[in-house]
Design a binder for this molecule. Structure first.
Ligand SMILES: Nc1nc2c(c(=O)[nH]1)N[C@H]1C(S)=C(S)[C@@H](COP(=O)(O)O)O[C@H]1N2
Ligand SMILES: [Mo]
Length: 432
């Protein structure tokens, strides 16, 4: 990493701060990422996150795109329909085609989907002792409406069929790939065909440069890292990306096989060509995969309001509405509880508002607030029965951490969903 590139990163951060008043720079131990997070906890009293408050996270410089209409996406790899694209006429054929932005926009259905996107490193800064990299507290999560084209439609048009999805993978490669460092992520082809889109719009407007203009992959309910920005290539294969598996220079599998996996200190996770359990928490809890991959987001919740000081209104019987958002990747939220005494006692909150697969739910809790200072926290349970643990474990406590109500401290600081670190202090004052 040259000094020049670091310089460029700070310029990039400054430029983003100018157009996004709702974010602030986050401390990055490695000084390698462009990282900004929601500046105000009250962002999470909303279901939709305004673009100004939407976190940003990437490593390589944003590609310069003067004319988004001339951007292309190459689609390569296996298909199982004869006579398509680069057909060789003998059984399985290979796709090798180039998609224009016009084709992506106009030759397929247009859809809008909701997606709560969380960086897999959200909560990393709550690990004690500290892990390396970006010290996120809880500001790297956002809910947006993404407009684009279903991948299913694009893939089918080029011979990639549902019946051939078993065990196959789709690798997306970012246009921010530089010679030494290729940003590539693989997701199961079954997920790609089910609900992923090539997005070119965000919250009803154009996709901003820092969020992937002109086109990004949106993987509903899955951690940010899977949502490749500035998509340059899509490739279908029998295996996830492994080191050297792409016909490109530089390293290929860092983002899939090394970082973004949950493991104890001092462990180097073994690469896998394929796995068949994708739920992140299930991988952890069942030991199905050693050193889980961060695919779907673990169950989480955040209180957005009140925060700080609140004056009770005698007309309301001194009740205060506690508002927040809960999400569980591509699983559904089953229950949200709120505590106003730091996790000793809990009451059920009510979920309300939009209810889309892959996006969070708003919750509200009627709090009879007594004057004084109180510690508020929330904990959610998903429809698989997983509940947010109370705290992050010590580094040595990997084994059985979830059963002990702890999220395992892990070297990369991924997937943290404990509720106590996200507690907020609220001071209640009676009206004069
Ligand atoms: N091409 C590319 N896509 C990327 C990244 C990147 O570095 N390059 N960062 C990923 C990570 S780690 C996250 S958390 C999300 C953040 O998306 P956002 O910046 O739109 O919030 O983008 C993902 N997509
Ligand atoms: Mo991330």
């Amino acid at each position: 990493m040259s000094g020049d590139e670091r310089e460029q990163r700070h310029e990039e951060i400054d430029a983003i701060l100018e157009r996004k008043p709702g974010v602030r720079e986050i401390r990055d131990e490695a000084n390698r990422y462009t990282v900004l997070g929601a500046a105000d906890r009250r962002t999470y009293a909303n279901w939709l996150t305004p673009i100004e408050d939407h976190f940003v996270c990437h490593r390589n410089p944003i590609p310069e795109v003067d004319d988004g209409d001339s951007w292309t996406v190459s689609l390569t790899g296996l298909n199982d329909r004869n006579g398509m694209d680069g057909a060789n006429g003998a059984g399985e054929t290979v796709t090798d085609t180039t998609l224009s932005m016009a084709a992506i926009r106009e030759e397929h259905p247009t859809v809008a989907i909701a997606h709560t996107m969380e960086c897999a490193g959200n909560g990393r800064g709550q690990h004690d002792p500290e892990t390396s990299s970006v010290q996120w507290d809880c500001e790297a999560v956002a809910t947006s409406i993404w407009t684009g084209t279903p991948l299913r439609s694009v893939l089918r048009a080029h011979g990639i069929e549902k019946r051939a999805d078993e065990g196959r993978w789709l690798t997306a490669i970012g246009g921010d790939s530089i010679d030494e460092e290729v940003f590539a992520r693989s997701i199961p082809l079954s997920k790609a065909l089910a609900d992923c889109i090539l997005a070119y719009g965000m919250n009803g407007g154009a996709l901003p440069a820092e969020h992937g203009y002109p086109v990004r992959l949106v993987v509903p309910g899955w951690y940010g890292v899977n949502n490749v920005k500035w998509v340059d290539e899509l490739r279908v294969s029998e295996a996830m990306v492994t080191e050297g598996s792409l016909d490109r220079p530089g390293t290929h599998a860092e983002w899939q096989q090394t970082s973004y996996r949950i493991h104890p200190e001092g462990v180097e996770p073994e690469p896998n060509e394929t796995i068949d359990e994708f739920d992140t928490w299930e991988q952890l809890a069942s030991d199905a995969i050693s050193h889980p991959y961060t695919f779907d987001a673990t169950v989480m919740s955040l209180i957005g309001a009140p925060d700080g000081t609140v004056e009770t209104d005698p007309g309301s019987g001194a009740t205060v509405e506690v508002l927040g958002i809960a999400w569980a990747g591509d699983d559904a939220i089953e229950r949200v509880e709120v505590s106003t005494d730091g996790g000793e006692n809990w009451g059920d909150a009510e979920t309300f508002g939009p209810d889309y697969a892959g996006a969070g739910r708003l919750f509200a809790y009627e709090w009879r607030a007594e004057p004084g200072t109180h510690t508020l926290c929330s904990r959610a349970t998903d429809d698989q029965g997983y509940t947010q643990p109370a705290a992050i474990s010590d580094p040595g406590e990997w084994d059985g951490a979830p059963e002990k109500g702890l999220f395992p401290w892990n070297e990369g600081g991924y997937g943290a969903n404990a509720y106590l670190p996200n507690a907020i202090e609220v001071t209640v004052v009676a009206p004069e």
